[in-house]
Ligand binder design. Structure first.
Ligand code: ADP
Ligand code: ZN
Length: 706
């Protein structure tokens, strides 16, 4: 069994992380103990490492059962980018492709094999020729009919334990409820599995609920200070996604719709664009997001109220998997509640659905810490208020709302409990419209007594009254407002009512505008993000698989300028250092140099790292010698030399590269027909010639041509 140091070393080398997240190490230890394990962690909690890291250190293959073919490729690409030998088998491959993988398996060239449960039978013949060290079952809740996305093929997985009784099984899911948990263990034949239940608290997600008025305006405001951030807007209907997209596009936003009515090809294109950072905003029905591993989703908006807290938490959970602060915003409207109630009434298990909807509504209406409510729903109690929800950030102050309540209640009485919220507000505000005139409400005593309060605020006050039990909505009677036993106390027995003071929407706007100005300054993060995007396009993988936003943020903060420093960045493992270190370090140095250049106008004293390198070069030192002398990485010195050369300094590049290498690069250039990326050369040479040398050779060749 590997010791802790060995585990940490592997974690850094392959995944670039310095420490384990909560529970990861104890789960990994338990895997090495050959125990069966059930891991319950929220989305973004870091489940994958729990089997990927053991897979690296175990002698044979780790079999990963995963339900989504679309996701497999992504996961395998991600692993390969970290220098881990992984492959997947599914029905989209040709027989030849599969044969190739089988051969690799037999040759022990694969550490992790991803497979959909439906495809397991393909493996039958070679299972006896390879050693399976660990079986990981991802999205394990799919096995349970109790869960929310049951998959019949999962139910066959129980046989794995019978066939490989000695091989530890690790089942992983983000679905917490007890019934499902038990069901998973029973069906997988791992009844003695150790259960690891992680906290569901995702502290980096801010929680906010706003009234659903002028939603488009509010969304546009919200987006103003997130110019490049990826996000998802969930809508209840297909139609809403489309109208919303149109409006956002008209405002210049890069948004696309995604729902089940759009044809498959177009849908894949949108999903692909989102993953690859070329589509910034996706307006989607709930069908979107399942199986998307994109770690840099920076915000999630719910245009409509979700039908239950499970769904809501899963959807907001798609934001900020990389642990960086991310925003979530939920619009709350009574029209949605009514709509959802109708759906619930039409469903098979009406009572459960209505009860779940009720919990959702309580969350949205809450005047106390929202995270407490969310977590208590999942059976987790936190003592302190979270400080990262709108209620914590802006705790309500209470006003004496007795007169407001009396005005509302007496209007309800005078309208004979026959009107919904909207008409009651119209009467209070003295509106001159058909709803009022048709029934001659302009004649009743309370008509117009509330025109000092805005329509939206009346709505909020009435919702508060409903939540406090002073009124109720008769959903089965066109949502008419009805009195309750408590309303009589207010009307006739002098009961005092306390209401939360409503906050000014304008203030929220102000803050947003200030933030835009701040965001406008060009920063290093943005440069690194651009570089990442270019490299991702070149390599044909999603940008977040090159480095996460979290890694870029660290680079921005610590500005590593040599290989050692670069390796210190969280998310930088050995392979990524080799593949991308040079470009990122160069970008950081260039950025600093640009800044220094600007500064130099006012102060000429400061030395320049390039000049120091130039001076040493002129003394006749080789790159290696300069590297030692300056205590910088060779790639850094190299980038200095290239920059000095580009700036017109007299430098003879030929001394840094052998004639053979120049020759090889020239040949490759012809064979590859002038490819425009260094990576094409790098791959062509099967990584035998490094990026620096290729770049040098190309520069020399170009010079010759001109
Ligand atoms: P899950 O499968 O639970 O949704 P992932 O395994 O995809 O979560 O991990 C979520 C994110 O957290 C990924 O970007 C992953 O690389 C990162 N991560 C996992 N473990 C660690 C760790 N120990 N330190 C830093 N980041 C980590
Ligand atoms: Zn809170």
């Amino acid at each position: 069994m590997p010791d802790q140091q060995q585990l940490l070393h592997t974690l850094k080398e392959y995944f670039g992380y310095d420490s384990f997240r909560p529970l990861q190490q104890e789960i990994i230890d338990s895997v090495f103990d050959k125990k069966d394990n059930l891991v319950i962690m929220p989305t973004g909690g870091g489940k994958s490492i729990c089997y990927q890291l053991p897979a690296l250190l175990l002698p044979g293959v780790t079999l990963v059962i995963s339900p989504l073919i679309a996701l497999m490729k992504d996961q395998v690409d991600g692993l390969m980018a970290n220098g881990i030998q992984a492959a997947y088998i599914n029905s989209s491959q040709t027989e030849n492709e599969q044969q190739e993988i089988y051969q690799k398996l037999i040759n022990k060239e694969i550490k992790l094999l991803y497979i959909a449960p439906e495809s397991l039978s393909f493996l039958d013949t070679i299972l006896s020729q390879i050693t399976i060290s660990l079986i990981a079952i991802d999205e394990a809740h799919c096995i349970s009919a109790w869960g929310h996305d049951f998959r019949p093929a999962y139910t066959q997985l129980g046989y794995l334990k019978n066939r490989f009784p000695e091989t530890p099984v690790i089942a992983l899911t983000a679905t917490a409820d007890k019934a499902t948990r038990q069901d998973i263990c029973e069906q997988l034949n791992i009844k003695d599995a150790t259960q690891h239940l992680a906290s569901f608290d995702r502290k980096n997600l801010s929680l906010e609920v706003r009234p659903g008025n002028k939603r488009i305006e509010q969304i546009i405001d919200f987006l103003q200070n997130k110019p490049n951030d990826s996000g998802i807007i969930y809508c209840l209907s297909r139609k809403t996604t489309e109208t919303l997209v149109e409006k956002l596009q008209n405002q210049g936003f890069n948004a696309e719709a995604y729902h089940a009515g759009i044809d498959h090809a177009k849908r894949s294109k949108v999903q692909e664009g989102f993953i690859n950072d070329t589509v910034q905003i996706v307006c989607a029905t709930i069908a979107f997001g399942m199986g998307i591993d994109k770690s840099n989703v920076r915000w999630v908006i719910h245009y409509n109220l979700p039908k239950n807290i499970e769904g809501y938490y899963q959807e907001i959970g798609r934001a900020g998997r990389d642990g960086i602060p991310s925003s979530t915003l939920l619009f709350h409207s009574y029209a949605d509640v009514v709509q959802l109630q109708k759906f619930a009434n039409m469903s098979g298990n009406q009572e459960v659905q209505l009860a779940k909807l009720d919990r959702m509504k309580q969350y949205a209406d809450s005047l106390s810490c929202r995270r407490k409510i969310l977590l208590s729903y999942f059976g987790e109690l936190i003592e302190d208020n979270c400080g990262n929800c709108d209620v914590c950030k802006n705790p309500p102050t209470f006003i004496n709302g007795t007169i407001i309540a009396q005005k509302v209640l007496s209007t309800v009485v005078r309208c004979k409990e026959q009107e919904p919220i909207g008409t009651i507000i119209d009467v209070l505000r003295g509106a001159q419209n058909a709803a009022v005139y048709d029934k001659e409400y302009q004649k009743i005593k309370t008509y117009g007594i509330g025109n000092d309060i805005a329509w939206r605020d009346w709505q909020q006050y009435i919702i508060q009254l409903i939540n406090q039990g002073y009124l109720e909505i008769a959903f089965h009677q066109n949502n008419k407002l009805k009195l309750t036993s408590l309303s009589r106390k207010v009307l006739f027995e002098g009961e005092k009512v306390s209401l939360a003071h409503l906050k000014e929407f304008e203030k929220v706007k102000q803050v947003a505008i200030e933030q835009i100005d701040k965001g406008a300054a060009p920063n290093l993060f943005e440069k690194l993000r651009q570089l990442r995007l270019e490299l991702a396009k070149e390599a044909g993988i999603p940008a977040y698989q090159i480095f996460s936003d979290a890694s870029l943020k660290e680079m921005e903060k610590f500005r590593p300028v040599n290989d050692d420093e670069f390796m210190q960045i969280s998310g930088v493992g050995r392979k990524k250092m080799q593949n991308y270190g040079y470009q990122f370090i160069k970008a950081i140095i260039d950025f600093s140099a640009e800044k220094t250049k600007k500064k130099r106008k006012t102060s000429t004293k400061k030395g320049n790292t390039y000049k120091e390198t130039l001076a040493l070069y002129k003394e006749g030192l080789s790159i290696e010698e300069i590297t030692v002398k300056r205590k910088l990485a060779q790639s850094t010195i190299f980038s200095h030399i290239m920059k000095l050369y580009e700036d017109g300094e007299e430098i003879d590049l030929k001394q840094f590269v052998s004639k053979e290498d120049i020759k090889s690069v020239r040949q490759a250039k012809e064979e590859l027909d002038n490819p425009d990326t260094l990576k094409s050369y790098f791959d062509h040479f099967e990584q035998a010639i490094d990026y620096n040398t290729i770049k040098l050779a190309l520069t020399i060749l170009e010079e010759k041509d001109t």
